[in-house]
Ligand binder design. Structure first.
Ligand SMILES: Nc1ncnc2c1ncn2[C@@H]1O[C@H](COP(=O)(O)OP(=O)(O)OP(=O)(O)O)[C@@H](O)[C@H]1O
Length: 312
């Protein structure tokens, strides 16, 4: 069945399990990506990201569970799906001797309505190497060319496994811009990353996985604010009596002076709480400086959930 109904999710994974020997790489994983959404699968090394993506791409068969990609089975309906999904292959596929531009045009030729290869080469900063054989490109250039090949056929859904791994800061931004354009064109994207800023910047939905299981999911804002203890920091003369500030604030707020002259208020920092703190300063005739409200990052969330850092 070739299901293009907009209410059919672009990707639906239910109870996915994959083991390698006695190692469980993916452990009853559920994922849903709506059409046009960008989902980031975030997790540390070995969390099961690549295995999940390879199953969705139809390269690896699952041990249990169901996967539907654009309503189709990625293994049995592989031929029908190939034209509708984009996959970033590493290693140049079958043509390592081909020049960058030739490779991209070759892939574009399989599509009825490809994106202009010249546009993609320019957008991904590959203009200068269009005549360079694939094997002589730098790692970052090969990666950007792989991305160009993945999207040139105007796929409905693109799988990007660590699309910016090993890229320098400029090349990362170039890739982020391209992913933003895909979003604007209504393309659905599943990307894996272990970079929090990448997930926060690009994703509509973030799914944090660890040991092959979902440990949290939501929008980046949901994940960094759910149950969050935001904090307010400010600098003022040392040794202030914080009892009156604690009394002025609603119940549950915690005020401390972790180092002399540096103050910390822990709790949900609403505009009213901020006003209470500054009013308290005014009442005791103290000028608070360096006042700042800080929120948790996805890294903090991950650490709380798993006790492990995202980076190796
Ligand atoms: N072909 C395989 N044979 C044996 N074990 C495998 C195989 N592929 C993956 N694994 C194991 O499955 C687990 C999940 O690996 P996977 O590559 O999916 O994680 P990942 O989240 O993509 O990690 P990374 O960020 O390092 O790429 C790891 O413990 C890995 O060693």
């Amino acid at each position: 069945m070739n299901d293009r109904r907009p209410n059919v999710p672009a990707l639906e994974v239910r109870g996915l399990v994959k083991t390698f020997g006695d190692r469980t790489a993916v452990d009853h994983l559920d994922l849903t990506i709506a059409r046009g959404e960008i989902l980031a699968l975030l997790g540390p090394n070995g969390a099961g990201k690549t295995t999940t993506v390879e199953i969705c791409e139809g390269f690896t068969a699952p041990d249990a569970g169901t996967v539907r990609v654009l309503g189709l089975d990625p293994v049995t309906d592989n031929d029908a799906l190939r034209r509708r999904i984009g996959v970033m292959l590493q290693g140049g596929g079958a043509y390592p001797g081909a020049r960058a531009e030739e490779m991209l045009r070759l892939v574009a030729a399989y599509s009825a309505d490809p994106i202009d290869p010249d546009f993609l080469l320019g957008a991904l900063g590959l203009d200068e190497v269009r005549r360079t054989p694939y094997r002589r490109l730098s790692g970052g250039q090969q990666q950007r060319l792989a991305l160009a090949c993945a999207v040139v056929g105007r796929p409905e859904l693109v799988f990007l496994d660590e699309p910016t791994a090993g890229l320098d800061a400029h090349a990362r931004l170039v890739v982020w811009e391209l992913i933003d354009r895909l979003r604007a064109d209504g393309v659905t994207v599943l990307l894996t990353t272990h970079l929090m800023d990448e997930a926060e910047e690009l994703a509509d939905q973030v799914v944090i996985i660890d040991h092959g299981r979902v440990v949290a999911c939501g929008t980046p804002a949901d994940l960094t604010s759910t149950g969050a203890e935001n904090e307010l920091r400010f600098t003022a003369p040392r040794g202030l009596d914080l009892t009156t500030l604690t009394l002025a604030l609603p119940e549950g707020y915690h005020c401390t002076e972790p180092t002399p002259g540096n103050y910390l208020v822990i709790g949900s920092i609403t505009p009213q709480v901020l006003a209470t703190v500054t009013a308290w300063c005014a009442r005791i005739n103290v000028l608070a400086t360096d006042l700042r409200v800080e929120t948790r990052s996805l890294e903090d969330v991950f650490l709380e959930l798993t006790g492990r850092a995202l980076r190796p």
